[in-house]
Design a protein around this ligand. Sequence first.
Ligand code: GLV
Length: 312
Amino acid sequence: MSIILASTDFWEDMDVWSNSLRMAMPEMDINVYPDEGDINKVEYAVVWKHPKGILKKYPNLKAILSLGAGVDHIISDPDLPKGLPIIRLVDKKLTHEMCLHALHWVLHFHSDQYLYRIQQFNHEWNQKSSIQSEDRTIGIMGLGNIGKSIGDLLVNLDFKVIGWGARKKEALGLIDYSFGKDKLSSFLSRADILINVLPKTQNTANLLSKKELECLPKGSFIINIGRGGIIDESDLLILLDNNHIAAAALDVFTEEPLPENNSLWSHPSVYITPHIAGQSNPKSAAKTIAENIHNIQKGKLPYPIYSNENGY
Ligand code: GLV
């Protein structure tokens, strides 16, 4: 019985990942693609942007596990073997990193850092009266594990937090939430800082174009750490140019890497990071992945399994 570990992302250190997985599952043979060993023995594939088409080579594959929270890199493989469970990574360290990244930009925008930086370049000393956190409403789109954790963190820092989800969910703790497209514009109209953590699915693709972005209050901010292809980038540029949106911190894009000629690169009110908001922690993720593999071996269900119907 063996595991194939595969990624095409240059920054994933496969030695670190394979060592962490070996520590968590000493009984397993772990091979890093393209060194796959006996293909008949491969029962689990642990992948992040694997070379498309390779997974159909393993006749005894039982499950595909993602090294990251999203599984779009798996389901976009046109040669994906049918009927196998695809398992997302819900890992507390990854969630923690996403929370810190979101918090960084919330505080940056909330405390007008984006403005004082520009003033510094112009040697200007203008004090803007600050807004109290309880008077600042943060809108979180996406109410899974990550969105909910960011929400709870911000509520505890005394921000007003509202949430929106494409599909109904129960028990969302501290967040004041709403669901469904008919509630989207009223949700947006209250969000001074909008944080998107939605995955890209049939329900969320192209969700925010000019009409929806215009629902945000004038002078609002956007933090996108979910997926690209949900916020229309050309429309976002229009609303940044006319100052309806004051600034945007973007970690994910419709096309990645962001093409050299994309105007977002040089917009003064845009902060770009190269999809680094929630990097998986190999030690902690390996334990979560091992737990899921052990559960499958014992005939128990791994968690969470990707649902074709929900799109995540
Ligand atoms: C990152 O985007 C992830 O899906 O973990």
